[in-house]
Ligand binder design. Structure first.
Ligand code: ATP
Length: 304
């Protein structure tokens, strides 16, 4: 079981600190969502993890070793940074074969990963004719050639259609289910809600949150309940007295948090209050993420 340990990682480009004292762990058997607004430093962090950028300070260890010290990196870490990087005139199988041979991996791995990513039928086709979704599958197939325990994907669903997104999500989950450590970056919370077990959120290169997805949901995804009654003011007082938090909604409605719709219904019955609407509303995790990162986004907007 291999993990990635990021410790006090810092990267400066000239006077700009783009990654700032970042520490987190990517554990095996989990999908870790690496979230942050555009320009937060996700790609730079990933590049430092795989030795493509030199840290100004701090360290990264993959299974206790630096990426540069791994003997055959492809067998330990699979990396998908830019799926568009494959030469278009190459056939899919030849692309994978070249990678396998140059890394000393057995040729049968090519067929294994083509099958695993559902690309057998197009293995002999030129990559230039591939849709973005197929290119992503090919990129992912390449990351799996060495059967690594650690996988790193930079914005893998960017630009994909819903089918492609669903496939990648399911694939990440199955990789984690096999005990691999999977790090996936995104600038959209909605992409992570159904995929990640753990969240590392950064803004302006700094750690904002390092939490399990379920904890994040509990803290931020707690739903509100929309209540309509002919007596909003007096019922709001009763709700507050019962421990709920109440704010005014649209058209004299009440938006209640801290109580379930069932509890609100019982309170209304107890006080003989008529309700014309009682609707649970799921809070948006996207909203919670925006709220969490808004300071770093605003700062960037002001600086631009
Ligand atoms: N080689 C470089 N030289 C100078 N500045 C850079 C370099 N690479 C990245 N940056 C800057 O570092 C900051 C972080 O960029 P990075 O690409 O890591 O962010 P990101 O979170 O991956 O964003 P995005 O989602 O937009 O890719 C940005 O302000 C970017 O302009």
């Amino acid at each position: 079981m291999t993990s990635i340990e990021v410790e006090a990682l810092t990267k400066k480009y000239g006077p700009e600190t783009v990654v700032d004292d970042l520490s987190f762990t990517v554990a095996p058997g989990q999908v870790t969502g690496f979230l942050g607004p555009n320009g937060a430093g996700k790609s730079t962090t990933m590049k430092m993890i795989i030795g493509l950028a030199a840290p100004t300070r701090g360290t990264v260890a993959i299974g206790g070793r630096r990426y540069d010290d791994l003997t055959v990196p492809l067998t330990e870490v699979g990396v998908l940074l830019d799926a568009g990087a494959v030469h278009g005139s190459r056939k899919a199988r030849d692309h994978l074969l070249a990678l396998a041979v140059s890394n000393g991996l057995p040729r049968h791995r090519v067929d294994d990963v083509l099958a695993r990513t559902g690309l057998e039928g197009v293995a002999g086709k030129r990559v230039g004719g591939f849709s973005l979704g197929m290119r992503q599958r090919l990129g992912i197939a390449a990351t799996l050639l060495g059967d690594p325990e650690v996988l790193i994907f930079d914005e893998p669903v960017n630009g994909l259609d819903p089918d492609g997104i669903r496939w990648i999500r399911g694939f990440m989950r199955s990789l984690a289910g096999e005990g691999r450590a999977v790090l996936v970056s995104s600038h959209l919370m909605s992409e992570m809600a159904q995929t990640a077990d753990h969240l590392v959120v950064i803004g302006q290169g700094r750690l904002i949150a390092d939490t399990s997805m379920s904890e994040f949901m509990r803290a931020n995804g707690e739903g509100t309940v929309l209540v309509r009654t002919p007596e909003p003011d007096s019922f709001a007082t009763r709700l507050a007295a019962a421990g709920a938090t109440v704010r005014d909604g649209l058209e004299s409605s009440l938006v209640v948090s801290g109580m379930t719709s069932e509890e609100i219904g019982k309170l209304a019955t107890y006080h003989g209050v008529t309700l014309s609407e009682l609707t649970p509303q799921q809070a948006s995790l996207e909203d919670a993420f925006m709220e969490l990162t808004k300071d770093s986004v605003e700062y960037q907007g002001a600086a631009a």
